[in-house]
Design a protein. Structure first.
Length: 257
């Protein structure tokens, strides 16, 4: 019997941390539905689920769309866990970021959390409680240059997590966030190609990014998923309204040599 046997979980994002979290939840016994808009990522996760005979359903869904999220939730009668991992990462300052791009980042990275909560919390109430884990970023705490829209959304996730935790503690629904450093995901590959050019040696860029972390490497999605599963589990029953850094020590130092 897995730790999540009999639990019903929803995960947004079918690549990177969302993919890893969905797989680990399913391997731990949960019935998992994963929502994603990237068909290649959807197909890749679906193939793994089939090969391992996991109770994992992948549904194509734009998580920034109220109607599509509502339709996805129509299949649920109850819910125990939500993991909000879907995200986009535009680059630019507040001056050169197109307003539509800025708003799209908010719709995907923050608005999707509100949508899954709006439809999911009543289902958790029916089950007597639940757990929500929102994937944020170290860039919600401290940031690099040229990422104004992205960091604004990640800071917003921290504030929204606290608000949700307070509003629904009485429902026995715990809400926490996770702030990873550099992790081997499509978003980090985008960063490599943004900074080093379209023909970048991605693995070399990853080694460079990893060198900025005291632990000396970038993280793996499965390492983040391990923390996600802990926060979603009954073992974390006294934890709510918190953000957890999982950044290889990135924010522990001042960066002064």
């Amino acid at each position: 019997m897995g730790e999540f046997e009999g639990k019903i979980a929803l995960v947004t994002g079918t690549s990177g941390i969302g993919r890893a979290s969905a797989l680990e939840l399913a391997r731990a016994g949960a019935h998992v539905t994963c929502l994603g808009i990237d068909e290649a990522a959807n197909d890749g996760l679906r193939d793994v689920a089939r090969s391992e005979k996991l109770d994992l359903v992948i549904r194509t869904c734009d998580v920034a769309s109220s109607s599509e999220v509502e339709a996805a939730f129509s299949a649920f009668e109850g819910l125990d866990v939500i993991v909000n991992s879907a995200a986009i990462h535009p680059y630019g300052t507040v001056v050169d970021t197109d307003p539509e791009v800025f708003l799209k980042a908010y719709a995907v990275n923050v608005g999707s959390i509100q949508l899954t909560a709006r439809h999911g919390i009543p289902l958790m109430q029916k089950r007597g409680g639940g757990a929500i884990v929102n994937i944020s970023s170290v860039q919600g705490h401290a940031c690099q240059k040229n990422v104004a829209a992205y960091v604004a959304t990640k800071g917003a996730i921290h504030a929204l997590t606290r608000a949700m935790a307070l509003d629904h503690a009485g429902d026995r629904i715990r809400v926490n966030s996770v702030s990873p450093g550099s992790v081997r995901t499509p978003i980090l590959e985008l960063a490599a190609r943004t900074f080093d050019g379209a023909d970048a040696d991605v693995e070399e860029a990853f080694r460079r990014f990893g060198a900025a972390h005291p632990i000396g490497r970038i993280g793996e999605p499965e390492e983040i998923a391990a923390l996600v599963l802990f926060l979603a589990s009954d073992r974390a029953g006294f934890i709510t309204g918190a953000d957890y850094l999982i950044d290889g020590g990135l924010l522990a130092g001042l960066g002064v040599k």
